[in-house]
Design a protein around this ligand. Sequence first.
Ligand SMILES: [Cu+2]
Length: 421
Amino acid sequence: MVGEGMQIFSVLFLTYFLCAVGNPCERKCGVDLQPMTCHHKFTLHATTINCDHCQRKNRTAQCLNQKCDFASKLALSVNGKTPGPTIQVCLGDRIIVDVENRLPSSFETSIHWHGILQKGTPYYDGVSRVTQCPLTTGTSFSYSFVADNPGTHFYHADSVTQHADGIYGAIIVNEAGKRARENVILLGTRNDALVSGAYGALHGALVGQNKPVAKLILNGKANNENVDEFEAKLSETLFSFVNVAAYDCPFEIAMESHSFKVVNAQGSEILPVFAEKIVIYPGGRYDVEIYQIGEKCEKCVLKVSGLHKCSQLEQIKTVIRPVGDQNIATNEIKAKSLSANCSKDPSNLCNAQLEGVNPPDITFTPDLTFFLTFGHMRVPKVSNEDVEFRFVLNDIEYYPTFLDSSELKYFSRKWPEILIQ
Ligand SMILES: [Cu+2]
C-alpha cells in the first residue's frame, strides 16, 4: 500500500513538474546531452476559436458585434487550438505523437511532418493511402520518428482542406552549439467557414481552392485580434518564418527600415544572404536575423502581404521592438528581394541561387536510378540563354518550377519512367 501511495505521489509530482516547466524536451541542446524521447498527445477537434470569453459568459449579442459569431469561427484544432502545440526538441531526439481523431464523422485524417526526413521510418510520413491508412473518427494512431535534421519544420493534416481549416503547428529541431529558434512566426490563412466537409468530400480535395480565402493570419491571429508582439535583441535573435498556407498563397515579408539576413532555408543552413523583402512559398521556411538599414524605429512594423490567391488580402501588421543596434556590414551580398522569380536583375535573388553550407554528397554511384517525369510552368523572363537556370531531362529542357495549384492543367499525366541499371 505504501508503494502504491508513493507511485500515486510520483505520478502527481511528475504531472506537476511537467505542468510547471513545460515539456522536458524543450531544453538547451548541448553536445554531451543524451537524446530524449519526447511524447505528445494530439486530439483533433472541430472547435470555435477566439470566442472563449463569449461562450463562457453567454454574451452572444456583444460577440456578434465583435464579429465573433460562432458559426463563422469554426476551425479544426489540435488540443483545442490552432495553430496546435509547438513540438520543440534537440537533434537526435525521438518524437512520439499519439494522434486521436475526434473530428466530425466522415473526417478521415493523418498528420504529415513537413521537413522531417523520416530516414528508416517512411511509414510515419503521414500521407493517407500512401504510407498509412487514414484515421477514421474515433480512432488513434501513434507516430514515432527521430528528429534527424535540424531546422524549422511544421506538421499539418495531410488533407489539404483540414490543413486549411487549422490543423497545423511548428516543429523546431535545435542543435548543440547553435542558437535556439525562439521566435516562430507561422503565416497562414483562414476562411469564413470550414472548407472540410461539404467542400472536402473528396479526401484532401483541392476543391477547397475555389473557396475564397478570408484572412491572412499570423500565429493564428488576424489583423484585428491582438497579433503577437516581439522584443528582439537584434544581434542575437533568430526569427523563423513558416508559410503554413494550404492554398497557393506566397507571402511577401518586409520590415520598415530593416533588412533580413537569411541563414537557413527549408531546414538547411545556407551561406547567408541579405534581402529587404522575402517571398516565402507554401511549405517554405526561412530562419533570419534582422538588421537595421534605415531610420531607427521603436515599434517596427512587420508587413506581410499575400500574393497569388491571397493577393486581394490586406496586410498583417505585427510589431517588433528592436533592442540594440545591428547595422548591416557593407561587404555583404545584398538584394532587394529573395523569391522564386529567377530574373537577370542582380538586385533580386531567387531561391535557386542559395547555396547550402553542407551540400549533400551526390558523387556516389547509385544502385538504381529513377527518372521521374513531371510537368512544369515556365518562369517568365527566363530565355534559352539562361543556361544556368535550365536543366535537361530525357532530352527535354526544363526551367525552374514551383507548384501552383491554379496551374494544374500544366501537370504531366505521364507515368514515371523507371530505369534499372
Ligand atoms: Cu507539408
